[in-house]
Design a binder for this molecule. Structure first.
Ligand SMILES: Nc1ncnc2c1ncn2[C@@H]1O[C@H](COP(=O)(O)OP(=O)(O)O)[C@@H](O)[C@H]1O
Ligand SMILES: [Mg+2]
Length: 396
């Protein structure tokens, strides 16, 4: 069928033509916004899940929800080895600019911007000169607030001031942090401390996170009370009804239908993973000659869809691994099977005939690259669904 009208959208953070199966999360967030805006205690949300399940698009949707309620919002994508100070300043600046025009007292607005500027310009001692950055804020930087250099102290002061501005206009501030597992330990602990402090004050500011399945462990390793700050929502595969809707609703808008057997075959292939639903849907659409799309179309499209996934989804990640890391992952795949079950790190060592300690560098670096995660002590699993299957069928 006409590829120009193909509605499906495989891609990282790519907004899907139909956000299927996430109604529970969307309404949970509505309640959070409503309660926080009324000064009621409420835990913020943190979305966790494997790669390609739709955390980023859901996070973006939550942000839209906050914007449509008049909240000031900003978003960060955390990167390993990067301090949050600068990206957080930019995100908060964005949020304040959304609130600014509604604030009657421009002077207090400018005071907060001055504190934000002080926070942004306060660099850690080891910051390189090229890292120096000028926020686009015209007012002079404040002194004596949010500029101590201690992230925890500074963040509490800055976020309280920002929340104060939001409270003045009867709304709130929501900061969204994607890939939150990559936030540096000091910054994680500062964020938790700030959220803790602000929630005790009943201040209308929340941090909404998204990240890999071990994110809750990262947060609780930092602050034991993090479970009481965040409500963890596991974002997972779509069930059959939602996966069908993800395919059918966009097609229907183009006047295209699917046979029941085609939907069976697509669910079997995509296994409910949103990225795969989009990937198989896209190729199948292009291959099909006419509506309704049939199981034969799906069968014809499958090899091309798999080849695209092998390059774009799996291969792009596999390529980032060193030979030693690849060897480690192949051992994991053989132990965990095509389903990619979690395996014991000691079993990986046995199967490679090595001492566990000698494999720690490879494992740690795979974790840092976001290819594997440790769900519990001594266990390791792929962050990418179907990665075990991919490795087993692509011997190095
Ligand atoms: N609820 C959903 N329904 C249909 N497609 C979705 C849904 N969520 C995500 N997708 C699609 O899945 C892919 C991966 O989404 P993304 O948010 O990047 O995942 P993650 O951040 O978890 O790795 C994108 O192509 C997106 O369009
Ligand atoms: Mg993402």
């Amino acid at each position: 069928m006409d590829p120009v009208r193909n509605p499906y959208a495989p891609g990282a953070g790519q907004r899907p033509p139909e956000l299927a199966g996430r109604d529970t999360e969307l309404s949970a967030f509505d309640v959070v916004l409503e309660r926080i805006a009324h000064g009621r205690p409420e835990r913020s949300l943190v979305l966790t899940g494997l790669r390609g399940v739709g955390k980023t698009v859901l996070l973006n949707q939550l942000r839209s929800q906050a914007i449509s309620r008049g909240w000031g919002t900003g978003k960060i994508e955390a990167r390993p080895d990067q301090s949050l100070r600068r990206p957080l300043s930019a995100a908060l600046h964005m949020a304040l600019r959304e609130l600014g025009p509604r604030h009657r007292d421009q002077e207090s607005m400018e005071q907060v911007l001055a504190v934000l500027k002080a926070f942004a310009l306060r660099q850690t001692a080891d910051a390189k000169v090229r890292d120096r950055w000028q926020p686009g804020i015209d007012v002079p930087a404040a002194t004596g607030r949010a500029d101590s250099g201690d992230m925890e102290i500074d963040l509490v002061e800055l976020l309280s001031d920002a929340a104060g501005v939001a409270a003045d206009v009867g709304s709130g501030v929501a900061l969204f942090i994607d890939e939150m597992q990559d936030v540096q330990p000091d910054d994680v602990s500062a964020i938790c401390a700030a959220c803790h402090e602000l929630s005790q004050q009943g201040a209308p500011l929340i941090v909404v996170g998204a990240g890999l399945p071990h994110l809750p462990a990262v947060l609780s390793a930092s602050k034991s009370y993090s479970e009481r700050l965040f409500r963890y929502l596991r974002i997972d595969r779509l069930d059959r009804v939602a996966a069908d809707r993800a395919l059918l609703a966009p097609a229907e808008r183009e006047g295209v239908a699917f046979d029941a057997a085609a939907l069976d075959a697509l669910y079997a292939a995509a296994d409910g993973y949103p990225y795969f639903v989009q990937a198989y849907g896209k190729v199948t659409w292009d291959v099909a000659a006419s509506s309704p799309i049939t199981a034969a179309d799906v069968a014809m499209a499958a090899p091309a869809a798999e080849a695209e996934l092998a390059v774009g989804f799996f291969g792009s990640r596999y390529d980032r691994a060193t030979p030693a890391e690849r060897e480690y992952m192949h051992a994991m795949a053989e132990l965990g099977g095509p389903a990619g079950a979690a395996v014991g790190t000691s079993d990986v060592a046995v199967s490679l005939g090595r001492k566990p300690a000698s494999l720690s560098p490879a494992r740690d670096s795979l974790i840092k690259k976001g290819l594997v995660y440790s769900a519990e002590r001594g266990q390791i699993a792929f962050t990418v669904p179907h990665f075990g299957r991919y490795l087993l069928s692509h011997a190095d």
